[in-house]
Every structure is written in C-alpha cells, then in structure tokens.
Design a protein. Structure first.
Length: 171
C-alpha cells in the first residue's frame, strides 16, 4: 500500500481511504466500491443529528463516563452506533496524523441519511431506557405516548431539510 497519502483507513466494504484525503466539511464519501458512506468527525457537533434542545436534554440524561469528554457529544453518539453495528463502522484515530484537523473519524457502511436514522433510533431507545429508570410512571407514560407518534423517518427528512438551508454551523 502506498504511504504517500499518510495513514489509510480500511472501510467496512474493503476499500481504503487516506486520512489526509478527508476534508472537514465532508459528510459522505463516494467510495470506489460504488456506495456512499457516511463520514463523521469528532468536531462535527451533535446538532448535525438533532436540534440543540435535544442535545442539552441528552447531556442531562446521559452519564458520560469519560473525564476527557464530560459533555455528551458526537463521539458518544458514534460509540453507540459502533456498539450496535460493530461490523459496519470503521474508525481511525488521527491524532498522530498532524494537520488533518480532526482527531477521530468514523466511516460507516451506510450512507449519511441511513446513519442519521440509526443515530436517532438509538437515542430514542436510550431515552426510553433512561426514563424507565426515572421512577415516575407519569413521565414514562407521557414519553411513550409522544414516542408512539414520533416518526424517525419523518423527523430525519424534516431535520435534514432545515439543516441544509443553513449548513454552516453543522460542518
Ligand atoms: Zn466502499
């Protein structure tokens, strides 16, 4: 393997990509295998996936165990995705890579749209779990009622439309 482009990351599909070829605004990679793969970097804010108020709720609800990353953020989200789909995500630590501008990058087998749905589904499950431990039956019932009406696909469609109107803060 040529090393001219620095370290290469092997993707779930078997292709490889040079870390230095990834740019910070990238959300999706058109791969040589013919598929598009989602690209997520550690400094992409979690508002890439949900509105700010939900990010704040998650920060309150979720106990993060990492001292380095006490606030709930994109690395936690991608950790959840990797736990659920270990075969579908490639991850690289780029801290030794010098001037690429990111410390961690995750590239998934699925495209950025599917990844968005996966992230939202996992967060909804996690919140259900958190609320079921809240010892408030009323909170649980209210949450379940809201979730019955919550449509992940519709949410993702709508959020992506709104976000793409004003993409600056999300890249
Ligand atoms: Zn590929």
């Amino acid at each position: 393997m040529a090393t001219a482009g620095g370290e290469r990351l092997e993707l779930p599909c078997g292709e490889t990509v040079a870390l230095t070829s990834l740019d910070l605004g990238m959300r999706e990679l058109d791969c040589d295998c013919g598929e598009a793969h989602a690209v997520v970097m550690d400094m992409h804010p979690p508002t890439r996936f949900f509105p700010e108020f939900l990010v704040e709720t998650l920060d309150d609800v979720v106990e993060t165990t990492s001292e380095e990353m006490p606030d709930f953020g994109t690395p936690h989200l991608m950790g959840m995705v990797m736990e659920e789909f270990p075969e579908q995500i490639a991850v690289a630590d780029a801290t030794d890579e010098g001037d690429v501008g990111f410390a961690m990058v995750w590239i998934s087998q699925f495209d950025s749209r599917r990844l968005h749905e996966v992230v939202v589904e996992l967060v909804v499950e996690m919140m259900e779990h958190a609320i079921s431990h809240a010892e408030s039956e009323r909170a649980m019932t209210e949450f379940e009622e809201q979730m019955l009406e919550f449509d992940v696909t519709a949410f993702v469609d709508q959020y992506r439309d709104e976000r793409d109107l004003d993409p600056e803060p999300y890249v």
